[in-house]
Ligand binder design. Structure first.
Ligand code: AMP
Length: 199
């Protein structure tokens, strides 16, 4: 698929706040549901954030070649009153405070927070690429975003996000879990039976 040219004008759009952003959340270490809930709670505590929607949780197979547990993934949409790099700083601060250990690249993680979309902004610098460069290649990112807004367009390609699903490998397994409120997320433990869904 051909990539649309990035223009300086689009990048200057980064200055236009507030913006609607999609944040991807993933965890495959410890109590992933509770880590997910804690991350959402920490994100929405920030005064620059207005929460719009939370997707269902999804059980997903790891894409990395590093052997590790399946992930719990979800996405949230927020209105962010700030610059994209400020949102990245917030997310990285939360990752660090929640004890994300970066020992193995692409390895297991307590919590992984990514900016998937930031309005229709296209931005590429060493610290931040928006849309997230893997967004359209990962079911665990595309499907939760589409659950929140089925009409999303990928700003780089100018095509519906849903059109990328057919191009993603069948090897990427994803199972929709129940939709739960943020408070419930924090108190529930993960039912072990969910992990057997693909076996
Ligand atoms: P990861 O370990 O996969 O979470 O990658 C973290 C690195 O990706 C950090 O150094 C970020 O600066 C960089 N990065 C680039 N674009 C993004 C994005 N859209 N969201 C989160 N991190 C990003």
């Amino acid at each position: 698929m051909k990539e649309k040219r990035r223009t300086a004008q689009t990048i200057i759009a980064a200055d236009c706040a507030p913006s609607k952003a999609y944040v991807g959340i993933g965890s495959n270490m410890g109590n992933s549901r509770s880590h997910t809930a804690e991350a959402i709670q920490r994100i929405i505590k920030d005064k620059r954030v207005k929460l719009l929607a939370v997707s269902s949780l999804y059980l997903t197979s790891p894409v990395s070649r590093v052997t590790q547990n399946d992930f719990i993934n979800c996405a949230i949409s927020i209105v962010w009153d700030g610059l994209p790099h400020e949102l990245l700083a917030l997310l990285q601060g939360i990752e660090n405070r929640m004890g994300r250990i970066r020992t193995v690249r692409h390895g297991p993680r307590t919590i992984d927070l990514d900016i998937l979309l930031f309005g229709d902004l296209i931005l590429s610098d060493p610290a931040l690429k928006v849309p997230h460069q893997e967004l359209h290649r990962r079911k665990f990112a595309v499907i939760p975003c589409l659950e929140i807004d089925p009409g999303l367009i990928h700003p780089v390609y100018g095509k519906p996000l849903r059109s990328f699903l057919a191009m993603i490998s069948e090897k990427q397994k994803i199972t929709k879990l129940e939709r739960v409120g943020i408070d419930a997320l924090a108190s529930e433990s993960h039912p072990a039976s969910q992990w057997d869904l693909w076996e």
